[in-house]
Write a protein that binds this ligand. Sequence first.
Ligand code: DX5
Ligand code: ZN
Length: 221
Amino acid sequence: MRPFLIAPSILSANFARLGEDVDAVLNAGADVVHFDVMDNHYVPNLTIGPMVCKALRDYGVTAEIDVHLMVKPVDRMIVDFAKAGASIITFHPEATDHLDRSLQLIKESGCKAGLVFNPGSPLHYLDHVMDKLDVILLMSVNPGFGGQSFIPATLDKLRQVKQLIDASGFDIRLQVDGGVKVDNIAEIATAGADMFVAGSAIFNKPDYKAVIDEMRSELAK
Ligand code: DX5
Ligand code: ZN
């Protein structure tokens, strides 16, 4: 079994001192930096773009940066984020007219590729592209904002996707994003997730290390 990864979402970080806050959460034991990109078009919020990703690299962040694109269309942003230092790029299938082409674009850019499913999005988009995926991300809230509650129906969907991944034989991470907390992370892992995005649960607490340690001890149970 692959190790669990904890990916704090910087949506809940302090944007006025982002580099320091990202360093702090990595020093506290986070594995990956989750970078939420919103365009006020595909989702009703506006966040950060490739310049900020590059600024984090220039600041000295060497950890994987996991860029979650909530933008439409996606191709231009894929190219720009790859150049800006992204490690993983995921997007929502509804946000592109050419799913396979967008996935290929990510791979050609040298990044890991993933598809993201909203709580109401069907899984059939996976049918012909499993071989191009490094990550499948299930949203456990509707995208656009941090601090929402985990939608329990995600657990069933996680179990379904876990079966699909196992049956495919491909090495694909199963990521979950939205409402992940210390008190539900174990149940989410049991349903099949191995990569956990958590924004408010980590950044809204004064001691990041304490929260990440608690998450890891829940995952070890
Ligand atoms: C929502 C974002 C999430 C969000 C998670 O659209 O994709 O990454 O920031 O935040 P929490 O953990 O607070 O639900
Ligand atoms: Zn996200």
